[in-house]
Design a protein around this ligand. Sequence first.
Ligand SMILES: [Zn+2]
Length: 683
Amino acid sequence: MTTTIDLIEKLKSNIDQELLSRFEYLDFVKYHFLPMRVKNNYYYIATDEKKFTNEGEQFVKSVIGENEKYKFISLSTNILGQLTSWAKKGLNVSDKARKFINKLKQDGLNSPKKMLGEMLIEAELITKDQLNECLVISKQLKIPLGSVLVQKNYVTIDDLREILTFQTGKSFINTENLKISKDVLNLLPEGFIRLHKVIPIHLEDKNLILGMLNPNDKRALNEVVYLTGLKITVRLMTSQEFENLLDTYFNKSNKETLDIIKSMEEEASFEGGESFSELIEREIKDSTGSVAKFNTKIICDAIDMGASDIHIEPRFEGYAVRFRIAGILKEVLHLPPRVESAIITRYKVLAKMDIAEHRRPQDGTFSLKYKNVSYDFRLNTLPVAGKEKMVIRVLAPAASISSDDKQISLIGGSREDLDTIYKIIASPNGIILASGPTGSGKTTTLYSILKNLNKEEVNITTIEDPVEIKIERLNQSQINKKADITFASSMRAILRQDPDIILVGEIRDMETLEVAISAALTGHLVLSSIHTNSAAATITRLIEMGAKDYLVASTLTGVIAQRLVRRLCPKCKEKYRPTLEDAKLVVSDSSKYEEFMNSTIYIAKGCEECDNQGYKGRLGVYEILRITKDIRKMIARNAIELDIEDAAIKAGMITLHQSCYKHIIEGETTISEFLRVLGPVND
Ligand SMILES: [Zn+2]
């Protein structure tokens, strides 16, 4: 008996990628067809039995040729839909990958016994150097080679899928909109799923679709057959996708959430006489109803898990909720279409937004008390693909910085780092910059410094976007693009208010930089942040923005470049002896390899305490450049970035790499965090 799954698989294997690539994905959606292949001079075109029209036929012929011969195959909407979304992935495959595979197919090689790396090099998708580099990382971090290559941007996920599909003879599953029913999931015990990295996905008749990381793991396969008694069809998945599924289905807090969603759906369906929209209307206004409870639960979970942002974003079906925790986005739950609008609308009500407006981005804020601490949230919506994406920024509680505590605290910073900072802020005027990407802890550092400078006898004014942390005695203001209140314009206004110290959220343009420089020249201390990669690069950036080098030289007093790495969970971290390959990744001086290889460091493992992450909390990595007289001269003489950096290192500056290396040696973080955040040392 042929099941639908078998049929779809057969059809997939008959799709000619080259023919497919003559069309755009949107053509398939618009006209409801999918080209299959050419056989005996006939073009085989799969079509939707109900929706494919004459217009569609004309379109297909206009692309392939009026005089060709065609066979149109009618398929159900369901089957064609599945084929089309599968084919969508194929369209992203590059010509190089496609040509390579076509050539192998012509040579009659199906599923050749070649290593993945070898194939990628032959296809000219990566270089030998890239392969070697990734092999080392792959081994070190215990991440499959393919994942490393994709993370490094050496090969696209679509090309990788294409090559892997060919290499293993198995096709990939699309996990994006995957929903696994409880019954299917329960076919295998959770421990088994985690151990063997397999996951039951779909069951039809006696045929089980099984997601697998390693399709060559015959032992695992045999055990699945033994445990379930089912016929197995294997689908490949990437390790990232597998981890996401584990999170979605086995995270405890998610289970609770799923229960709430279920009860919301049940409530919704049991109300008689009321339309669903009326019900939603009532629910979102009711602050004790299950929608409100649910919204609050998402927020509280985010706080409990230490998330900095909550992303609620549309998928093809329903919405996904993702938390950014320690800088990394993690999917925590999926909202079914039935409840999505109620939840989005409820947040808009909370943030006092226009709930009828769906087409324009909106901003709003709201506060919520949780465990006796008041939290502020900044929320904004963005229309995407006919729906609204929502991001909620969790702002640090206002109470967390008291004005009495004058100590500067740098999480993960050394005694020397602090000393340098105290030296920098000893100067009563000038510009101090914190540099690094978004989420690198710049704001926290600047506030910590501000806290120290916050004294009775000085006037401190801030211009922020938005005010993230409230501190007593500070005059904190906020920019407002709609009202044309920018960093530059409010700074000019503030300078008339007789300030001593000014904090400007960020220097993004020459206008702001210009005002900052003139403020520093007239005796003010200006603190700000900037998006640059290193301390020395910040100087170059200021000059590139249009500042005169002699003005940068005379006003800049210090740059604090920083990043955040995850801190190892002290409960479960595992001892590890670094290899030569490891040393090459993190030690810059080859004469120090030996020393590193003789030290005991740690790798992440995962336990209950750390929610199986292996990490808990974060640590700062700092590169602090104090602008000394010598460096001032170099800037004024227009010295290049590298020379400034070398001079600073000679004068004792610790680089980001060295600072992170120290954390590794001290058993606080791992080589993989080093590589994730900073990249290999000799790049
Ligand atoms: Zn742990």
